[in-house]
Design a protein around this ligand. Structure first.
Ligand code: SAM
Length: 231
């Protein structure tokens, strides 16, 4: 069983997700205490997908994060570099155009998407800044980005309780439900070392995105960042 380290070597990250693919969605539900469903609804609102729009759902895994955009009538392209996750997605939603691709070298032309989005994926990409620039490249002028990612609770007492959950409670629960519990040790560590809300906003701006803002969900356990590509 592979567990990625914090230097996020792409082959280790992809293998780790290959390993957890079969149980990934179930484990997510359990470990987030069902909160993931609410977070996905908020992502759908922020992306505001419309019929006939083209949406890139990057690091889409099994495609679960892509379903709300498709339900809204948009043409969604789920893209991921873990073939294990894509295969699992194909079993469940064979009609989705699941596409193999690396976030740092996207297999799409410039300006083809109305919106690009990434849920719980950016933290796993080794070269975050390159991925943000690639997402900018494939978005049309006037198009938008929405990033849903674990972040840092803003109220200090809650942050302490949450960090205890991440480091102490999550690993034993993961041992009970996951096919690769070590992957969830990586999850906890990668969340703790991830940039906070203002830092991620600054990265978006440096990659060229305008009108950057964010909204905290569940007290900042998750943050939704958004931005626009100037027309
Ligand atoms: C935690 S899963 C998120 C899946 C899905 N978006 C969701 O919300 O359930 C993270 C995904 O990021 C993918 N990933 C990590 N680095 C990537 C990269 N450089 N290019 C493409 N996908 C990547 C992994 O393969 C994995 O499927």
């Amino acid at each position: 069983m592979i567990r990625a380290s914090l230097d996020k070597q792409p082959h280790e990250v992809a293998s780790m997700f290959d390993d957890v693919a079969a149980n990934y969605d179930l484990t997510n539900d359990v470990l987030s205490l069902g909160q993931d469903r609410r977070w996905r609804k908020e992502v759908a609102k922020a992306v505001d997908a419309r019929p006939a729009q083209k949406i890139l759902d990057l690091a889409a895994g099994t495609g679960t994060s892509s379903l709300p955009f498709s339900a809204a009538g948009a043409y969604v392209v789920p893209c991921d570099f873990s073939l294990g996750m894509l295969r699992e997605g194909k079993k469940r939603n064979a009609w989705l155009p699941l596409t193999a691709g690396d976030a740092t070298r996207l297999p799409f032309r410039d300006g083809v998407f109305d919106a690009v989005t990434i849920s719980f994926g950016l933290r796993n990409v080794q070269e975050t800044d390159t991925a943000l620039r690639e997402m900018y490249r494939v978005t049309r002028p006037g198009g938008r980005i929405v990033i849903c990612e674990f972040s840092h609770p803003t109220w200090a007492p809650f942050r302490t309780v949450y960090e205890e959950y991440l480091m102490r409670a999550l690993p034993p629960v993961a041992r009970a439900v996951s096919s690769n519990p070590d992957a969830y040790v990586y999850l906890a560590e990668s969340i703790q070392s991830w940039p906070d809300q203002p830092e991620l906003a600054a990265k978006l701006q440096r990659a060229g995105w305008a009108k950057v803002a964010w909204r905290n969900l569940s007290g900042g356990i998750v943050a939704l960042h958004r931005g626009t590509k100037s027309a």
